[in-house]
Design a protein around this ligand. Structure first.
Ligand code: PGA
Length: 251
């Protein structure tokens, strides 16, 4: 039985003051919800303060990106070993990183390996673009993103994955629960091919892309979907709490 995960990806939103205010608005309510793993991923600059506020609660902390080396002359970058002293998770391979910062499967793979080496848990995102879906290549793209990102990783134990079709992110056009379930089943199949049944069965695979309090039920009731990576709706305290509550109700 996989415990569902709801992760909030705040992206490049919130100042330090706004981040701490947002955590204070939802912390107590989130803390009492059982049966769901709750993860907040604020910007780097707020990790320490948010971590302090979450200390002693059941809410876990993640970052949104990291460099692929543990240290060195990389001005402006943040390394996995810096993060592992501060949080447990890091989002990698997000389509915005791929699209706006030129991240390839190869770079995502280097980051994934560095992350496992530093005792951080990656939340690995994959997903096809609209034109890839329309031309019937979605399946192939997603499979190769999974295999590419995990190349050379012996055992991705603890890994969390997120299927985020690019056309659904921030557009208000979520996939249907059935569509997402099909692709997530395919991702699980790819994990089975690479690592065998045990890893495939225990890895949590989330859906992401325009998840709201209104549509979360459609996703978490699907057999293969183990929760959601939530962008825009994670910045609204009441809505995020409702998303977590509804995911707990599934268990
Ligand atoms: P969205 O973003 O919920 O705002 O569509 C999801 C994501 O990018 O993780």
């Amino acid at each position: 039985m996989r415990t569902p995960v709801i992760a909030g990806n705040w992206k490049m939103n919130t100042t330090l003051a706004e981040a701490t205010a947002l955590v204070k608005q939802m912390k107590d309510r989130l803390d009492t919800i059982k049966g769901v793993e709750k993860i907040l991923c604020p910007p780097f600059i707020s990790l320490a303060a948010v971590g302090e506020l979450l200390r002693g609660t059941s809410i876990r902390l993640g970052a949104q990106n990291c460099h692929h080396e543990l240290k060195g002359a990389y001005t402006g970058e943040v390394s996995p070993s810096m993060l592992s002293a501060m949080c447990e998770f890091v989002i990698l391979g997000h389509s915005e990183r791929r699209q706006y910062f030129g991240e390839t499967d190869e770079l995502v793979n280097r980051k994934i390996r560095a992350t496992f080496g530093a005792n951080l848990i990656p939340i690995l995102c994959v997903g096809e673009k609209l034109e890839e879906r329309q031309s019937g290549r979605a399946e192939k793209v997603v499979r190769s993103q999974v295999a590419g990102a995990l190349d050379g990783v012996d055992s991705p134990r603890g890994l969390v994955m997120a299927y985020e079709p690019v056309w659904a992110i921030g557009t208000g056009m979520a996939a249907t629960g059935e569509e997402a379930n099909l692709t997530i089943n395919l991702i699980r199949g790819e994990l089975r091919r690479l690592y065998g049944a045990e890893i495939a069965l225990e890895t949590r695979i989330l859906y992401g892309g325009s998840v709201t309090a209104n549509n979360i039920g459609e996703f978490v009731t699907q057999q293969e979907i183990d929760g959601a990576l939530v962008g825009g709706a994670s910045l609204k305290a009441d809505e995020f709490v409702s998303i977590v509550e509804q995911s707990a109700a599934r268990t």
